[in-house]
Design a protein around this ligand. Sequence first.
Ligand code: OAD
Length: 249
Amino acid sequence: MFPPEEQKKVKDAAQKISAGKVVALTGAGISVASGIMPFRGQGGLWEKYDPEEMASIEGFRRNPGSAWVMHKEILEIVEKALPNPAHLALAVMEERGYLSSIITQNVDGLHQKAGNQRVIEFHGNVRRLICLECSALYPAGEIELSSLPPLCPVCKGVLKPDAVFFGEPIPRNALSQAHREAGECRVMLVVGTSGLVEPAASLPLLAKSNGAFVIEVNPEPSYLTASVSTLFLQGKAEKILPAIMEDLR
Ligand code: OAD
């Protein structure tokens, strides 16, 4: 149960969601309850690793073997992770016809595991590997990671997780679909993102500029809270999204 003021916000969110085309924008916070660490803040990945060395394309090309130490650790966590109640609530929202699509910055594939069909992977997916030489794609499970970096079975080029690294463009299809969805939605549900990394961070503003109502769910105010969000529900996604879904029933 939530305090009355929070309960009212949950009701308001559900009412908005039931009345218009809804698109969700998700970030690392939605997967925290599945055991996947976020990037920023306490316990975040960037406390332990240098993003410039590990997650920029220049750093990766310079030293793929050492960057792969972090990526192997992430991949092992992601392969085992299961959707949590927040992912499952979004899957039910889509199934019941409330949710048009999810634009996710996450690279863990958990929305698809939860059952969502319309997922725009804005930053790719680490469960797929891409060859830097010939661009061949491989499911991560098919590639041996005992010696790092793993090499392409065909051309022996270095394999990289097929996630967007700093310095790389957003995949063209994902970018255009995300712009279309954000521009056309009546409600944008922003969940578990710090709102710091562009161009994803601009999608809620794009939605709002086109008249959408922006609902944000996060335990902490983000860079979007004061300037963009119309309704801020302060709390964990795995508690708040199921409560909204319950209200929609
Ligand atoms: P961040 O790690 O920057 O932010 C995570 C957000 O989740 C923070 O605002 C937390 O307050 C919030 N959070 C933590 N626990 C939560 C919970 N249980 N429920 C809801 N929210 C919670 O992650 P992103 O905003 O996704 O890019 O990061 C954006 C991009 O930066 C990532 O996609 C990645 C990274 O560098 C690339 O890999 C290109």
